[in-house]
Design a protein around this ligand. Structure first.
Ligand SMILES: Nc1nc2c(ncn2[C@@H]2O[C@H](COP(=O)(O)OP(=O)(O)OP(=O)(O)O)[C@@H](O)[C@H]2O)c(=O)[nH]1
Ligand SMILES: [Mg+2]
Length: 201
């Protein structure tokens, strides 16, 4: 690089950066998702789940889970040379939801992760983004051992608006998570374009 130019003489690309939230109920795989795609070592704020929290922190579907996010996860992924996403994973437990307002500041869109064994845990996240008109997609994290339901049934159970995309994913798999992230960027762009049109017409 000489004077900001690459060896091939092309000016360096200044990437567009977007902030994406990763939300959803307790233990649906938000921290796992951010960790699976982040190209930097993800920042985590995990605390041990304790005996004292056992009545509230229901780990019945995620027995191997010993920690929980208390503030946020942070990661970064370059989707394209000119498109970088900053990922902010929210804490799932209700007692930390006050963090969400701060985390959602300036977000382009969100991924609401859901687990079909306890969809109700993600109702509040769906509600949160609907109320604030923040575009979001739902990612159904397919834990092995959980029953597979027709997408239409999951949409109905979550009472999703018909234009909210619903994607199946594996939060541990980089390529799968990338698809979900591409989905949320596309959806948010389409949403923004639609809003612009309604304002100008
Ligand atoms: N089998 C399977 N296990 C998963 C998957 N995603 C996450 N896990 C496991 O499920 C547990 C929960 O994952 P986390 O990523 O901590 O969930 P979280 O949504 O960040 O949880 P909180 O921050 O506590 O709300 C962990 O033990 C993961 O190893 C998945 O796709 N399949
Ligand atoms: Mg977490």
């Amino acid at each position: 690089m000489i004077f900001g130019r690459s060896e091939r003489g092309k000016p360096p690309v200044e990437p567009v950066t977007f902030k994406i939230l990763v939300a959803g109920g307790f233990g649906v795989g938000k921290t796992t998702l951010v960790g699976a795609v982040s190209e930097i070592r993800p920042l985590r704020t995990e605390e041990l789940l304790t005996e004292a929290g056992r009545p509230i922190d229901d780990t019945s579907c995620v027995e191997g889970k010993h920690t929980t996010t208390v503030a946020m996860d942070f990661g970064r992924i370059t989707l394209r040379e000119d498109l970088v996403l900053y990922l902010f994973g929210t804490p799932g437990q209700e007692r930390f939801w006050f963090m969400w307002d701060e985390l959602s500041e300036g977000a382009l869109g969100a991924v609401v992760l859901a687990d079909t064994r306890r969809l109700e845990d993600s109702f509040a996240a769906v509600d949160y983004f609907e109320r604030r008109s923040i575009p979001f997609v739902v990612g159904v994290n397919c834990f092995e051992g959980s029953a597979r339901y027709p997408i239409q049934d999951v949409r109905m159970a979550l009472d999703l608006d018909e234009n909210v995309p619903l994607l199946l994913c594996d939060a541990r798999d980089r390529e799968s998570v990338k698809e979900v992230l591409i989905g949320v960027v596309q959806h948010a762009m389409a949403y923004a374009a639609e809003r612009r049109q309604t304002v100008t017409t």
